[in-house]
Ligand binder design. Structure first.
Ligand SMILES: CC(C)(COP(=O)(O)OP(=O)(O)OC[C@H]1O[C@@H](n2cnc3c(N)ncnc32)[C@H](O)[C@@H]1OP(=O)(O)O)[C@@H](O)C(=O)NCCC(=O)NCCS
Length: 202
């Protein structure tokens, strides 16, 4: 395990995948976030789509950009396109619990034109690398609306398993929908990506 850890940590670089890099969120990301935040196409998958003001997002960004996994139990990161350094979205580890070594996670690609191009998959692989290889977590889980087929396809492709359905827990589009719970363990991640999950950073 130590050897694998060292090798994959090197490949992860400073959180670099094939297509994306995860980096600290900055207040300068505010305008990029606001461009897409109040759109139904993004927000219908992230809980009740309440319209948010610039002030609200600014305060939220101020809070999440300084969260620290050990003190606050959360790590929020920006997803940027490696080639252009354009802001793509947000990747998060939330409610990190030591010593259980578990966390919830999530990713969102904000710009609709950038979805379906592999960025979400790559961002989640890097995020899992951060959770498993840097924070030493054992279990990473998420929930997604049962009709979010694109996200379910991404998570299953990566290796998340379906562990249950919270029935009719989300009210969306005028109906109560279920939340699918999925998880992946460190040993499954290591087995699926034993060597070379991440390209060498350039
Ligand atoms: C879900 C999300 C993070 C995925 O990121 P992405 O960059 O769009 O995903 P990728 O391009 O890496 O992969 C998309 C996969 O879904 C597949 N897909 C696309 N539309 C689909 C659909 N309607 N049904 C099933 N699969 C679909 C693609 O074929 C691709 O799979 P493949 O690589 O096996 O061909 C992104 O689309 C997003 O942020 N959506 C809006 C917010 C959201 O849903 N966030 C997640 C909340 S849990």
């Amino acid at each position: 395990m130590n050897h694998l850890y060292q090798r994959n940590l090197h490949r992860l670089g400073m959180y670099t995948g094939e297509l994306v890099r995860l980096r600290a969120l900055e207040m300068s990301d505010l305008d990029d976030i606001l461009k897409f935040y109040n759109t139904l196409e993004l927000r219908r998958f992230l809980g009740p789509p309440i319209v948010r003001s610039r002030k609200f997002i600014e305060q939220w960004l101020h809070k999440v950009s300084i969260w620290n996994p050990w003190n606050d139990g959360h790590l929020y990161l920006a997803v940027e396109e490696k080639e252009t350094q354009d802001f793509l979205g947000i990747a998060r580890l939330e409610d990190i619990k030591f010593p259980h070594n578990r966390t919830e996670c999530g990713i969102s690609i904000y710009n609709p034109e950038k979805r379906g191009k592999g960025y979400g998959t790559d961002a989640m692989l890097v995020l899992l690398g951060v959770g498993f290889y840097i924070l030493g977590l054992n279990s990473i889980y998420l929930d997604t609306m049962e009709d979010n087929e694109r996200s379910i396809q991404v998570y299953e492709k990566i290796g998340f398993k379906r562990v249950g359905l919270l029935r009719e827990t989300e009210f969306m589009d005028g109906a109560h929908k279920g939340l699918l719970i999925m998880d992946i363990l460190q040993k499954e991640f290591v087995e699926k990506y034993p060597d070379g999950t991440f390209k060498d950073p350039q």
